[in-house]
Design a binder for this molecule. Structure first.
Ligand SMILES: Cc1cc2nc3c(=O)[nH]c(=O)nc-3n(C[C@H](O)[C@H](O)[C@H](O)COP(=O)(O)O)c2cc1C
Length: 167
């Protein structure tokens, strides 16, 4: 499928049917993140795969958003080291965001659902998963089989968000 078609079809999935994702598919999603670009190619990220009993505590740390538990698998994308780039932006946050974006698209291609979650207590996530102190959870996402087909959310018009400078 064309990348733009995948992008067009992807939705945030907040309801899952409970089937646990097969190892082969999970590995493909992780591989998409592993191959993502990163600042200075440092790849200072950790992809934490959570299944089983710890999902309940992770769910609680994520404002009790129930899909964290319902999907059967959750990914926690952590920055293992961070530095501020010359442009003033934190590389860890950006690198992890690119990795998760690639994973969202790979999941879509496999017929799986994900939902980027920013509503979580980072310290509570670390406690729930016994993560090393220096790891910074940047994003959480459930990963599983969708039990809903949400309509597309609106997007701003191209003219509103682009600036062409041709002189
Ligand atoms: C940085 C970020 C944080 C988000 N946090 C949450 C969240 O905590 N809970 C949630 O249900 N959706 C969350 N979302 C999903 C957005 O609400 C969703 O991407 C947006 O409404 C567009 O819908 P779509 O992804 O289906 O196109 C988040 C998305 C991003 C990129």
């Amino acid at each position: 499928m064309e990348v733009l078609d995948l992008i067009r079809e992807r939705r945030s999935i907040r309801s899952y049917d409970g089937r646990v994702v097969e190892t082969e598919k999970l590995e493909k999603v992780l591989e998409a993140g592993r191959l993502a670009p990163s600042a200075r190619n440092m790849q200072e990220w950790k992809f934490v795969v959570v299944q089983g009993a710890r999902l309940a505590a992770l769910c609680e740390a994520c404002s009790s958003q129930r899909m964290v538990q319902e999907a059967g698998t959750a990914l926690v994308i952590c920055a293992a080291e961070d530095h501020v780039m010359p442009c003033g932006q934190p590389s860890g946050t950006i690198d992890c965001s690119i990795a998760l974006s690639f994973m969202l698209l790979q999941a879509q291609e496999l017929g799986l659902g994900m939902c980027w979650l920013g509503a979580f207590d980072a310290d509570a996530v670390k406690r729930a998963l016994d993560l090393p102190q220096e790891w910074v959870p940047v994003a959480v996402s459930p990963l599983g089989y969708p039990a809903e087909q949400p309509a597309a959310r609106p997007r701003k018009a191209m003219e509103e968000i682009t600036l062409f400078l041709k002189d």
